[in-house]
Design a binder for this molecule. Structure first.
Ligand code: XMP
Ligand code: MG
Length: 183
């Protein structure tokens, strides 16, 4: 086994490249239909949403504009606290705009709840959320997520933008890491 090949670090593949691309095309068609004739602003959350944004926006047929936001969530270890610091704010004025926030994964939903409230305070026409993956806690929370790719089990996953110590973002599939990677 070649240790330099990142796929060899996966224990199991949860979602294949094909499954992800098919789902992204479905989401793009829905978003195209829902925002027909509107001037949609799509905001990607750095860095995890880079891959979803790139493929989702290329699968869409309507005009859109793109912006990015980077946030860091204060918290202990892997648990997010809901207290968020803006590392890079939007370049765009949200006044009167229809906004779609794109995320890679929603876990507790605290980061997105904060971001949605923050955006809503800037006077937009609407703010909706699209996430490729959603974990069970987020599905239970009252955060309203209009577009969900896949509901996944409560396991730590990497690939397609998702990282472990900043690695594995460039996998074209999504999976769990083999135990030897954590040791
Ligand atoms: P919330 O606030 O919804 O935070 O709890 C979501 C953020 O938590 C990270 N996260 C993960 N990152 N694999 C990852 O690589 C995972 O399985 C995972 N679960 C949560 C991620 O940064 C996301 O934006
Ligand atoms: Mg993230």
């Amino acid at each position: 086994m070649d240790a330099s090949v990142i796929k060899n670090d996966l224990e199991k593949v949860l979602l294949t490249k094909e499954e992800i691309q098919d789902k992204i095309k479905e989401l793009a068609a829905q978003i195209d239909a829902d925002y027909k004739g509107k001037d949609l602003l799509v905001v990607g959350v750095l860095k995890g949403a880079v891959m979803v944004m790139a493929d989702l926006l290329r699968a869409m047929e309507s005009h859109i504009t793109m912006d990015w936001m980077a946030v860091s969530s204060y918290g202990s270890g892997t648990q997010s606290s809901g207290v968020v610091r803006i590392l890079k704010d939007l370049d765009t004025d949200l006044m009167g705009r229809d906004v779609l926030i794109v995320e890679d994964i929603i876990d507790s939903g605290l980061t997105l709840s904060w971001m949605k409230a923050n955006f809503e305070s800037r006077g937009p026409a609407s703010v909706e959320i699209c996430t490729l993956l959603r974990k069970p806690d987020a599905a239970k929370s009252d955060l309203d997520v209009k577009y969900v790719g896949f509901d996944i089990p409560n396991e730590f996953v990497v690939g397609f933008g998702l990282d472990f110590a900043e690695k594995y973002r460039n996998l074209d599939c999504i999976g769990t890491l083999a135990p030897h990677v954590y040791q």
